[in-house]
Write a protein that binds this ligand. Structure first.
Ligand code: FE2
Length: 427
């Protein structure tokens, strides 16, 4: 006897009329038109069943703090960092936990079931680390949360000095933080940035951790720390375990240099995370016109065989006043900014918020195949492109075969003479 049997599902790869058989939280079988006894049967009515969304780049310690203690007037990255510095001494664990749990509710409601969040480790109390480790424990039954030790002020530049900042980072790892972070472009000099990449990658190699650095988040075409990150990845044998987040300087780099950089990144099996909502908002701020978009070269990276995800980065925090935990909104912006409007590229954009970030996190049994966790989302759309176009309603969200969230279909009742009584914006 099955626990759950879903009929008539369309999968992201285009297979239709699929049945998904679930027992004990695992996908047992995935085949067309399966007939079997089940405790619960669901007719997907030809709609899309997708793996859950994954956000590989987020800042949960700052989320939902919009307006505290004031709003970012200029909207710039640097005012955001300064504002975060003003907010940090005012943070309490209780409020931080409450905001993070609230955000996780938003996430679950939208089928976002795995999040990698950076957590600032420059505060010697490590208050945010403690709070987010508590959040991780509390959400574990329904959401995979992993933490990156992020030295926001720069591990070498920060006011406490390199020794204390490195010590904070090591303490955070010892407390249970999963990944080593960094911010080389924010260090005082290019050499210091290079040294920070080297030291942090060495720490990760020693401790068997993955690396995810804010890297080259600038419009400066000569910000080339990604080169060092790829080189150190190879030197230390960290292939496939290192991620360059943002890489916005690649937008402005010389094309010849990029032609040399891409194979280096590929050889290191470096992962890349672009954060379209934030990159398009924060980059190009020193430009008049033409004004750069600032997002890294997503189609070119994908064409070179490099794994690229789209991350949300910020929701209602010192850097960004908008956002709602909707990874379809993130992918929708990403495909527009990168002009990824071919059918194949739009499908790649959908992968960039599902499959690709799951690879970055090293999630096991993520996907729609026998043996995978029974984690999936029923969308009010018939394929990934329609899901992106509509930022489709997540009708039902399942984790380990259990229903976690449901949302009524977005159908408008029309009171227009001579026209149908309703529309769901689908042809
Ligand atoms: Fe970030």
């Amino acid at each position: 006897m099955l626990d759950l049997l879903i009929h008539n599902a369309t999968l992201p790869d285009g297979r239709q009329n699929m049945s998904i058989a679930v027992r004990e939280g695992t996908i047992l079988e995935l085949t067309p038109g399966l007939m079997a006894e089940a405790h619960e049967v669901l007719d997907a009515q030809g709609l899309l069943v997708s793996p859950p969304f994954v956000d590989a780049h987020f800042h949960m310690d700052a989320t939902l703090s919009y307006g505290l203690p004031r709003v970012n007037q200029s909207g710039t990255l640097l005012e955001g960092i300064a504002l975060w510095g003003e907010l940090k001494p005012l943070l309490t664990q209780e409020a931080l936990i409450e905001r993070a749990l609230n955000y996780c509710d938003w996430a679950v409601a939208q089928g976002l079931l795995a999040i990698r969040t950076h957590v600032d480790v420059c505060d010697p109390r490590l208050l945010a680390v403690e709070a987010l480790l508590e959040v991780k424990r509390r959400v574990a039954p329904y959401l995979h949360l992993e933490l990156v030790a992020f030295p926001q002020d720069g591990v070498l530049r920060g006011p406490l000095g390199p020794e204390q900042h490195m010590n904070n980072l090591k303490r955070a790892l010892a407390m249970g933080v999963d990944v080593v972070g960094g911010i080389p472009h924010f260090e005082r000099t290019y050499e210091q940035g290079t040294l920070s990449v080297k030291l942090l990658c060495e720490l990760a190699a020693e401790q068997g951790k993955r690396v995810d650095m804010h890297c080259d988040e600038s419009d400066d075409p000569l910000s080339r720390h990604v080169e060092t990150l790829a080189f150190e990845t190879q030197r230390l044998g960290l292939h496939g375990r290192v991620t360059g987040s943002h890489l916005t300087s690649m937008h402005s780099m010389d094309n010849y240099y990029v032609s040399k950089l891409l194979p280096l990144m590929m050889d290191a099996q470096l992962h890349v995370i672009a954060n379209p909502l934030i990159n398009i908002t924060l980059q190009g701020r020193h430009d008049t016109y033409p004004k750069r978009r600032g997002m890294t070269r997503v189609p070119e990276l994908l064409a070179a065989g490099i794994n690229v995800a789209f991350g949300h980065d910020c929701v209602m925090d010192p850097w960004y006043s908008l956002g709602s935990g909707d990874m379809l909104e993130v992918a929708h912006m990403g495909l527009h900014v990168a002009q990824m409007t071919s059918q194949a590229a739009m499908r790649q954009s959908f992968d960039a918020v599902t499959r690709n970030p799951a690879r970055i996190l090293g999630l096991e049994k993520h996907g729609l195949a026998p043996g995978c966790h029974a984690d999936f989302v029923l969308l009010q759309a018939r394929d990934p492109i329609e899901a992106l176009r509509l930022r489709a309603t997540r009708l039902k969200v399942f984790r380990r075969g259990q229903l976690l969230a449901e949302t009524p279909a977005a159908t408008s009742q029309l009171h227009v003479k001579g026209r149908p009584g309703q529309t769901a914006r689908m042809v």
